[in-house]
Design a binder for this molecule. Structure first.
Ligand code: UDX
Length: 451
């Protein structure tokens, strides 16, 4: 049993705290926002994350997981202090480190005995070194010893608990091997793939991994645009590519582009780090451009099908940046809502869990109770987030209620031939506009057999 403190109760911090408590460790989670801590003390979560609420309640009830807003209480007795505070984008795309600085100041002010500071927030390469220096200097004056370990997180929202408990790898960067080994011991139960390296390399592994995944998405989205023009079907192209073990099938789903709290921010921050060091990160810039274009293409399709969008009623299915989360940061739906509002369209939207968050930042959108209410009387429906409840919609019912029968499938979850058979003017992303040749093949044809 170790004494662990986690600073920040967002997706990363709360999952880290709950999972370590579940292993039997004594965990204190701190946040500076009192409402969040009050909620947690009542057993409610400030965020939506499948599986987390039950885990938090169970460990809180067992007395292994507590919550506080007081640094003195959280820091003074800790063996490990995990920093999981936000690092939002600054004006030029650089990571804004104000929350990290404040956390470091407070750690230095309250620590009474040796502790290992483990940074899980995504920070610019080099931050660990400077943090370590600040803390070690402060510690010397106070007679307290600190070590700093960088431990980037690779958990996806929506499956963060699963990802934490089943990591592909755990990366630990430090100048102090003993400190890195001590943190490694906390994780050994989850995986044997523990990588110990220096601080800067660990920080870079996080950026490079996220940028690579974002690049895969932008790559397949560019291929999708070419497919659309040439009459090929990107879903099958991705499937065919993904069978090559060197390429891999993951993150090759063409769609409306990536969103969320990590990819947009991290690709921007990596670009910034390269630029301020005199480099020209052309690939990273292209990744961001293509992602922006994916949203714009929806508007182009709608204009082509409906003409001027002023006064047209457009329905958005899904607001979260991906399914199983209430997070709308950098979500395609939010970009689309702004663009469509600029075009003068009337907007309706529905999302199973993200409407409360969307309500706070979107004006003039009619929030509906379900997908059918979104579609009733609409000129076009755009499927933005592939929630399970949108995967088996009653299409004849949807069709009957719409004014114009336009369905833009931004995540390619429906079969184009079936949608056209229902009577819809259907468009996916990177799928032939007038039906693919393979749609007319007989069932014993290879292309159909693998779909
Ligand atoms: C990501 C990383 O996966 C995770 O390792 C890191 O720690 C944090 O950032 P997350 O942002 O939660 O996780 O979501 P992820 O599932 O990776 O999806 C990111 C975005 O890419 C979503 O908007 C999703 O819709 C989009 N995406 C993903 C695609 O458009 N196509 C794909 O094939 C995969």
């Amino acid at each position: 049993m170790r004494r662990i403190t986690v600073l920040g109760v967002g997706y990363v911090g709360l999952v880290t705290g709950a999972c370590f408590a579940d292993l039997g460790n004594q965990v204190i989670c701190l946040d500076v926002i009192p409402e969040k801590i009050e909620k947690l003390k009542r057993g409610e979560l400030p965020i939506y994350e499948p599986g987390l609420e039950e885990m938090v309640q169970r460990n809180a009830a067992a007395g292994r997981l507590t919550f506080t807003t007081e640094y003195a209480e959280a820091i003074s007795n800790a063996e490990f202090i995990f920093v999981a505070v936000g690092t939002p984008s600054g004006v030029d795309g650089e990571a804004d480190l104000k929350y990290i600085r404040s956390a470091v100041e407070n750690i230095a002010a309250h620590l009474k005995s040796y502790a290992i500071i483990v940074n899980r927030s995504t920070v610019p390469v080099g931050t660990g070194d400077s943090t370590a220096q600040t803390l070690i200097e402060r510690g010397k004056k106070q007679g307290v010893d600190f070590q700093v370990v960088s431990n980037p997180e690779f958990t996806r929202e929506g499956s963060a608990v699963y990802d934490f408990l089943n990591p592909d790898r755990v990366v630990l960067g430090s100048v102090d091997l003993h400190a890195a080994e001590a943190v490694a011991d906390l994780y050994r139960v989850f995986t044997k793939n523990l990588m110990l390296t220096d601080l800067r390399t660990a920080e870079m592994i996080k950026y490079a991994s996220n940028a690579f995944l974002a690049m895969k998405i932008s790559f397949i989205n560019e291929i999708a645009s070419i497919c659309e023009k040439l009459g090929a079907d990107v879903k099958l192209v991705a499937q065919g590519m993904g069978m090559d073990a060197r390429i891999g099938a993951a993150f090759l789903n063409a769609g409306l582009g990536y969103g969320g709290s990590c990819f947009p921010k991290d690709v921007k921050a990596l670009t910034y780090m390269a630029e301020v060091n005199g480099l020209h990160p052309q690939l990273l810039r292209a990744v961001m451009d293509i992602n922006r274009d994916q949203r714009r293409r929806v508007i182009l399709h709608l204009r082509e099908l409906l003409g001027n969008l002023r006064g047209k009623t457009i329905g958005l299915l899904g607001l979260a940046f991906k399914p199983n989360t209430d997070d709308i940061r950098e979500a395609a739906a939010i970009d689309l809502a702004h663009m469509l509002a600029n075009e003068g369209a009337n907007l309706r939207a529905y999302d199973p869990v993200a409407m409360e968050n969307a309500h706070q930042i979107l004006d003039g959108v009619k929030f509906c109770n379900d997908a059918y209410q979104v579609a009733a009387g609409a000129d076009a429906v755009v499927l933005v987030t592939e929630w399970n409840e949108f995967k088996q919609l009653d299409m004849p019912r949807l069709y009957a209620s719409m004014a114009r029968k336009i369905f833009l499938d931004g995540r390619n979850i429906y079969d184009p031939a079936e949608m056209r058979a229902h009577g819809f003017e259907y468009r996916g992303v990177g799928r032939p506009l007038n039906g693919a040749p393979h749609e007319t093949l007989q069932p014993n044809d290879a292309a159909v057999a693998i779909t």
